[in-house]
Ligand binder design. Sequence first.
Ligand code: ADP
Length: 231
Amino acid sequence: MRDDLTDMIIHDLRSPLTSINLGLDLLGKSIDDPGRRQNAPSLLSGSKTSVQRMMALIDQLLDVARLEMGRLPIVAKPAPLAALLREKAAQFLPQAENDGKRLEVVARPDLPTVPMDRELIGRVLDNLLSNALKYTRTGGYVALRAACNGYSVVVQVVDDGEGVTPEQAAHIFDKFYQVKDDAGKPMRRGTGLGLTFCKLVVEAHNGRIWLESQPGNGSIFSFTLPFNPEN
Ligand code: ADP
């Protein structure tokens, strides 16, 4: 965990800070040198992107820390799950289409109303859907499924992408865990915090989250949200 934290600080915080620092130096030079002034807008927007990336990472770190300490307020109110799933699919459809991937929702419209913090469960779906699209090749398939199972709704994010080995699956919800390639580099840009966030949010709703996957054969991330049938 310590090594992972050091890795994260070096790659996700120090590198953008270095590039912002360089950008500021160059911007400073462009003030006195009219010949360099045309570079100013791209230096500014590059630095802004780095700052935003760092802020998003810090927010994610803080949310995970607050969830671990039970200090992130969960505002669970009965909400129709089918509507949230449709909303999330619509949000990711342009990205899927742009990347040449198929995205569909397979859920009955009469799914029960489930007590949930809509904003936090929405962010769980954001993480799972963006991963599913990130780890699926062009021409791939991603589905958002939901069905009732007793007094729980089971939500699944399914992809036919690269999948993970059982050893990788065993650690996938660990803080900072990232699947690395043979050279020890993460397969894609990321922080290893997204799935930790998902697990903590689902557990704060008294649900469970798990992964079924095989290398080369896709992944199914499932989570449950319990409900009371009398409400
Ligand atoms: P990151 O921000 O690095 O993607 P996550 O916690 O979301 O962090 O994911 C942890 C690791 O799990 C990633 O490094 C990735 O390799 C693997 N992973 C997550 N989702 C999938 C998926 N749908 N298919 C294959 N691998 C995945």
